[in-house]
Design a protein around this ligand. Sequence first.
Ligand code: PA5
Length: 428
Amino acid sequence: MISFDYSQSLSFVPKGALEDIRPRARAAHASLVEGTGRGAEFLGWRELLLEPDDALIGDIESVASRIREEADVFLSIGIGGSYLGARAVIDALSPYFPAGEAGPEIIFAGTDMSGAYLAQLLRHLEGKSVFVNVISKSGTTLEPAIAFRLVREWMERTFDDADDRIIVTTDPDAGALNALLKTHSYRKYVIPPNVGGRFSVMTPVGLLPIAVAGIDIRSLFYGAVDACRQLSTSEDNPAIAYGALRGLFLEQGYSTEVLATFEPALDGIGAWWQQLYGESEGKSHNGLFPVSLRYSTDLHSLGQYVQDGKRNIIETFLLVSDDGGDISVDHDQSNLDGLNYLVGKPLTEINRKAYEGTARAHVQGGVPVMTLEIPDMSADSLGRLLYFFQHGVAVSGYLLRINPFDQPGVEAYKREMFRLLGKPGAGN
Ligand code: PA5
């Protein structure tokens, strides 16, 4: 299970503040599990874990296994919640340097409107066996829609069986992808209407690309199921404590939360977490601004700011107890690099000391520090972690008295962009 240690933040907590926020955090948690809070019509991400659909998981596994056999490239087209969860898990659980039977190359598109990226992508696809999964709940988001139009035309020119190679993941009825299904025989997976994009990693949105990457989606899913059951039945759990501490520091005037990892494979989890927390909480001119950093590299850039800049930062470390690395520093007779004091020490231990030293320095510099730790980089542990963060953001959102499940702010840029592009009905 996930451990949560906030002892290094306590010296920043004013007397009585924890006692004040604890009952409010418990009430926020109760609103979530009882489905009585704001946006409760979007709690499908919990329902699908409380009533697992094994037939759906089995179907996704068999489609993924066919794709793994036949594809050189699996192209996932989607943006925001329609891709970040899959990317997070795939990045975390894939080897850094794949070799041998690695399965298809997984490529993401539709995340921006770079013409250079799409032009080079189409060239890269030439001569390869390509399968495409276009993922859009609304079916109207411009970035994936443009990418899919270009890729679809290329697929139709290139493959006689293009329709068999395209999978659509979308709303049961609404949107342009359903309109396309009237004239195409694409396989379709449904995003349940009561699951928002950033909470959809355990639906086909995340599960299909993750399964195509060769990852055990059953372990991932059932890790999340187990975490959901455990965190839902206990009034004293780490997700409530994490939500409470975040709320408390926000009330004290802190405005930024850094999520810091010491493992490159967790970059995608950081990006997914940023979206989950930023889009859920950043409303009504409130909320902590979430920033994901990867140490050690970012200790040599933004680390300066974290240590010494404006004192409005809290920091949450995300650690992995066993990173699977099995390598130590060797003895060197000449010791010209002066590293013999580290001889025999596993890199895992050295990395751990880097965390301990960084946490200590940041606390001394005025940053409240909290630490989350998962036992290993397994599908089961990641499933638990993803659910933990989802539960935690709901608690945080309810503490802020906002609806954590909508994203009205995302519409503003679309409105202005559509006006400038002359979209019919967008005004001028
Ligand atoms: O979390 C969300 O709801 C958003 O990030 C969406 O996932 C994102 O805007 C993509 O939307 P859609 O799947 O409708 O294309």
